[in-house]
Design a protein. Structure first.
Ligand code: ASP
Length: 349
């Protein structure tokens, strides 16, 4: 399922795309309460991120604001509402990336930080590292003054039921039904910078310290002002093997730069003198919305060919944005400076 949206390359425009996980979301399989609750949560997240962007705030702050709302909402598998490990604990993964300088921060297997996205941001801004894990991440979080909670703050009775159901049904590695619910956001601010963030409890019944794609820069999260911002959800192992988020951004950058170079060459051959601004404009308009969506779909097809499922959200610094998912549905939403704001769950929306 793909949803390209039209180009809007005005410099002062901003845009925000969010997800709350992809999975077996079909009409009739989700209760009316869950449907309404998830939509309300997505809408609140869009509102929080939009407030930042419409006030002239940065893409990275908007991503953080949107994800904070989703982490606090138990409908989603991140922060409060995260899924249980096989041993009945909660282990949190999260990442943020700022496309301005490709600064990134990530944490894996954190246990006590109320909002893991804030810890990822701290790693990015207040440490020389990109990724911290386990007890070290917990210690860094406490020393940084972030709000700490008991591990059982993150769980809910419904998540416990899902773990028990999973254990009764399989002798396997994790939940074969793949009830994804990871959250993520990508934003483009009015200055043209992009950012991405992802936060998750991972997969129900994960064991042996398993870490998914979400906190891995380049797999589930990536942002680069030269190409795009991506946040993924799905069967993390496959996103890692393809390097989905980085692969999408790299293909977009290569194609846009090659096209802009070609057009500049043609213009100069016919006598035009191109200044820096003209070259920037060539790059910004090099790819159509359909071409960007084709690149996204091609990378997703590679992931599916390996046996994976899931979805991504993306946007470019030049005004393209959209979704791609290879599951029946994905909790998702989009808002932009032109006043549009929408949320959706099912594939036919
Ligand atoms: N991608 C996440 C992981 O593999 C799961 C999800 O998207 O819900 O940990």
């Amino acid at each position: 399922m793909s949803h390209p949206s039209p180009d809007s390359t005005s410099q002062s425009s901003w845009s925000l795309v969010i997800h709350g996980g992809s999975g077996q979301f079909e009409r009739g399989r989700i209760s009316a309460e869950t449907d309404a609750g998830a939509r309300a949560g997505l809408d609140r997240a869009l509102a929080a991120g939009s407030d930042v962007l419409s006030a002239g705030g940065s893409a990275i702050d908007a991503v953080q604001a949107a994800i904070l709302v989703l982490e606090d909402d138990p409908h989603f598998n991140a922060g409060h509402g995260s899924v249980y490990t096989y041993e009945g604990k909660i282990e949190l993964d999260a990442a943020v990336m700022d496309g301005t300088h490709r600064a990134a921060g990530a944490i894996a297997r954190a246990h006590h930080t109320k909002n893991p996205i804030l810890l990822a941001r701290k790693v990015m801004e207040d440490s020389p590292h990109v990724m911290l894990s386990g007890e070290g991440a917990d210690r860094f979080s406490a020393e940084s003054g972030l709000t700490q909670v008991e591990n059982d703050y993150f769980g809910t009775p419904e998540r416990l039921r899902q773990l028990e159901e999973m254990k009764a049904k399989t002798s396997g590695w994790f939940d074969i039904d793949m009830k994804y619910g990871t959250v993520g956001a990508v934003a483009r601010d009015a200055h043209g910078h992009v950012a991405a963030g992802t936060s998750t409890g991972g997969l129900t019944g994960k064991r042996y310290g398993r870490i998914g794609d979400s906190p891995l820069i380049g797999a589930g999260t990536y942002a680069d002002d030269r190409s795009c911002a991506v946040s993924a959800t799905g069967a993390g192992e496959f996103f890692i093997r393809v390097g989905v988020a980085h692969e999408i951004c790299t293909r977009i950058r290569m194609k846009a730069e090659a096209r802009a170079e070609f057009l500049a060459h043609e213009a100069e051959r016919s006598g035009a003198a191109l200044d820096e601004a003209a070259r920037t404009r060539l790059l910004a308009t090099a790819l159509s919305a359909d071409e960007v969506q084709e690149i996204v779909d091609a990378v997703m097809a590679e992931m599916v060919d390996l046996g994976g499922t899931g979805g991504i959200i993306y946007l470019t610094p030049w005004g393209h944005q959209g979704y791609a998912f290879r599951t029946p549905g994905m909790y998702r939403g989009m808002a932009s400076s032109d006043g549009a704001r929408s949320v959706a769950i099912y594939g036919d929306e």
